[in-house]
Design a protein around this ligand. Sequence first.
Ligand code: NAP
Ligand code: MG
Length: 464
Amino acid sequence: MKQHDAMYIDGSWRPAAGSGTIDVVNPADGQVIAAVPAGSAQDVDAAVRAARAALPAWAATSPAERAGLLTALRDQLAARAEEIAETVTAELGSPLAFSTAVHAGVPVAVCGSYAELARSYAFEEKIGNSTVLHEPVGVVGAITPWNYPLHQVVAKVAPALAAGCTVVLKPAEDTPLVAQLFAECVDAAGIPAGVFNLVTGLGPVAGQALAEHEGVDLVSFTGSTAVGRKIGAAAGAAVKRVALELGGKSANVILPSADLAKAVGVGVANVMANSGQTCSAWTRMLVHEDRYAEAVELAVAAVAKYVPGERVGPLVNAKQRDRVRGYIEQGVAQGAKVVAGGPEAPRETGYYVKPTVFADVTPEMTIAQEEIFGPVLSILPYRDEDDAARIANGTVYGLAGAVWAGEAEEAVAFARRLDTGQVDINGGRFNPLAPFGGYKQSGVGRELGPHGLTEYLQTKSLQF
Ligand code: NAP
Ligand code: MG
């Protein structure tokens, strides 16, 4: 696999300060496919200095100029979509069709949306006798996970650049190759030196150094709640802005009037996509007790199509595989019933887990409370709508969800009762412009579209 033995800092590829490296492993077979430098606090410091130095000139560019460069970046991502998909498949393990459609395709749409927003956004507004200027926050430290490795980079870098901020990115250690490819695209797009910088490295070393660096004005983090909590605490102590996109345990609520077969089929597909490694996955399916047995049967039939190594890939690494299998064992131990899958390995090589469906799940079980981050669905019965709302809202999370009913209005009425940042009504499509982010412990702040842009802006009021 193509790789750089260097960091992208101040517009060029330069060697890391230290000599440590990180092996990149293909999770489908466990083979090492590349190695990238493990950046240190010294590398992070060099990158933050470059971003600070580049900030005044970049912040002073016109929105039209930034829009033009983001269009060029979008075109680079589009032109290299095939290479991007192959790279994500190699380091994350997702099937190539999914990598092409989602991992390569969505970033093109999101980057394009920020080219448009840079052009059209009102960076100045009038309020009474004031003119309010929407100015860039400054230097952004972006820390991203491996599950949607390019999407999560673009969902931070594109709005930051549109706003006039400069960026230092620390991508996940498991998926640094697509981040290097992104840096090549930034370079080829002609974005000025220092505006975007990439430091590959380990979370507790490079990630922590970036989150704590006093030259960073805003930290934008996506990943686990445990790390997000620490980053939020450090940012609070330093009085700097922070955006956190954390975990989820989203509910797919199927009301009695819904098309059950459709709701269950789409619900199963939602959980199995990306091997269940999706923060917004609908991992709890809530079904009225009168239709529960039928729903379980439909889910078992639907999940049979997800053959490991074909339609569903491996988990990203051995640690995540073990963690997910541990949750499956815990579900069994707490009395839930495995109706499909189970903890045994489905293949001899690779970090695969069997697509698993649990029935007879009660709301307080660990598998109904914690984020598993694997191809595991829990189906829970409810008595009435109040019971369904109580169960749906009964976790510390609130990132996404779904409601199905005969009529959209009935589903919307129920969606209003959910403590969550997004709800798909009767299978509504993903919207790359809709604000994405969490209620409760699923996070702080919103990404995507105009709401995502405002995260990277601060206001200055001029009175006349
Ligand atoms: P993680 O450790 O939170 O990783 C997210 C990012 O934070 C990575 O770039 C990571 O670097 C970095 N990081 C780790 N420790 C850090 C620290 N002390 N300071 C600053 N940055 C740090 O998540 P994970 O270990 O990959 O996954 C564990 C669980 O988190 C999953 O099972 C899942 O439940 C959840 N998760 C959620 C999302 C989401 O989209 N919300 C994404 C991924 C994982 P390294 O790559 O070097 O660790
Ligand atoms: Mg980690």
